[in-house]
Design a protein around this ligand. Structure first.
Ligand code: HEM
Length: 228
C-alpha cells in the first residue's frame, strides 16, 4: 500500500472470490509445470558445481487473503527438483506467490528444508511479461532468515529471481542466491535457471468452487462481504 490507513482492522467489503480472475501478473504461473533442462551452480569444496536438473512446480490458487484493508490474491506453490542421474530430491521449496491489486506489490515467500525462509518483493503491472522479486539478509520486511549453521557456513546475503513469460505460454526463471561461503573471500552466486512448460491447468480456489445457491455458502459469502 502506498500509504497505510488509520483503520487497520476494516477489511475490503467487495472482494471477488475468484482468485484466477484476480491474479494480475501471477495468472501465468497458475497450474502445474515441468522443465527438464534446469541448470544449477552450487557451492562444493572443490569449487562451483554445475548440474542439469528436472523440475516440477505446482502453483495452486488460494482464497483471497486480507490483512485488515490489505487484500492479496495468490498461489501456493511446491517446487520439486531431481536429476536424470538420481531420483532423490536435489532441491525442494514451498511458499506463496502473492499479488496486491491495489498497489502492484508482488511477494514470493520461500521456504527450503535447509532451515531457511525468505520473503522477496517487487512491483509489476497486471499484464507484465517479466517479474522480479528480491530479498536481502538483515531486512525486517523483505529479508532472509537462516539456521545458525547456514549463517556460519553458507551465509545467504541476498536472493533475487527474474521470471519471463514466453509467447508460447511457457515461462523461464533465473535466480541468484548470493552466499558467503566460509573460508572463501568472494561472494558465491548460487544460480538456477530453467524453462517450465504447462502440464496441467489450475483448479479454481476453494471459495470459487462453492455453489452460491447453497445456503451455508451464501451465508459465508455474505459474512465475508463477497461479490457474487
Ligand atoms: C532450483 C533451485 C535450486 C536448486 C536446484 C538448488 C540446489 C542446491 C544444491 C545442489 C546445493 C548444494 C548442496 C550440498 O552440497 O549439500 C545447494 C546449496 C544451497 N542452496 Fe540451493 N538450490 C536451489 C535454490 C536455492 C534457493 C532459492 C535458495 C535460498 C533462497 C538456496 C539456498 C542454498 C544454500 C544456502 C545452500 C548452501 C548450503 C549447503 O551447501 O549446505 N538454494 N543448492
Amino acid at each position: 500500500m502506498a500509504a497505510f490507513p488509520e483503520d487497520i482492522f476494516t477489511e475490503p467489503s467487495d472482494v471477488d472470490p475468484d482468485t484466477l480472475a484476480n491474479l494480475g501478473p501471477l495468472r501465468r504461473l497458475a497450474g502445474s509445470w515441468e522443465g527438464r533442462k534446469g541448470v544449477d551452480i552450487s557451492p562444493k569444496p572443490e569449487g562451483p558445481e554445475r548440474r542439469v536438473y528436472i523440475e516440477r512446480i505446482d502453483a495452486v490458487p488460494i482464497d483471497p487473503q486480507a490483512n485488515g484493508p490489505q487484500l492479496f490474491y495468490g498461489l501456493r506453490y511446491h517446487i520439486h527438483v531431481n536429476t536424470e542421474e538420481e531420483d532423490i530430491t536435489f532441491h525442494d521449496q514451498v511458499g506463496y506467490w502473492l499479488w496486491e491489486p491495489a498497489t502492484g506489490l508482488v511477494l514470493q515467500t520461500v521456504a527450503i528444508p535447509r532451515g531457511q525462509v525468505a520473503i522477496a518483493s517487487g512491483h509489476a503491472s497486471p499484464d507484465a511479461d517479466r517479474l522480479v522479486v528480491a530479498a536481502e539478509r538483515g531486512q525486517t520486511e523483505y529479508g532472509i532468515c537462516s539456521t545458525a549453521f547456514l549463517e556460519y557456513a553458507f551465509r545467504t546475503d541476498s536472493y533475487r529471481i527474474e521470471i519471463v513469460f514466453n509467447a508460447d505460454g511457457s515461462w523461464s526463471y533465473d535466480s541468484n542466491t548470493v552466499l558467503s561461503v566460509r573460508g572463501t573471500a568472494a561472494p558465491f552466486s548460487h544460480r538456477d535457471r530453467n524453462t517450465l512448460v504447462k502440464v496441467a491447468e489450475p483448479e479454481p480456489n476453494p471459495l470459487a468452487k462453492i455453489d452460491p445457491n447453497v445456503p451455508a455458502a451464501a451465508q459465508l459469502a455474505q459474512r465475508l462481504g463477497l461479490r457474487r
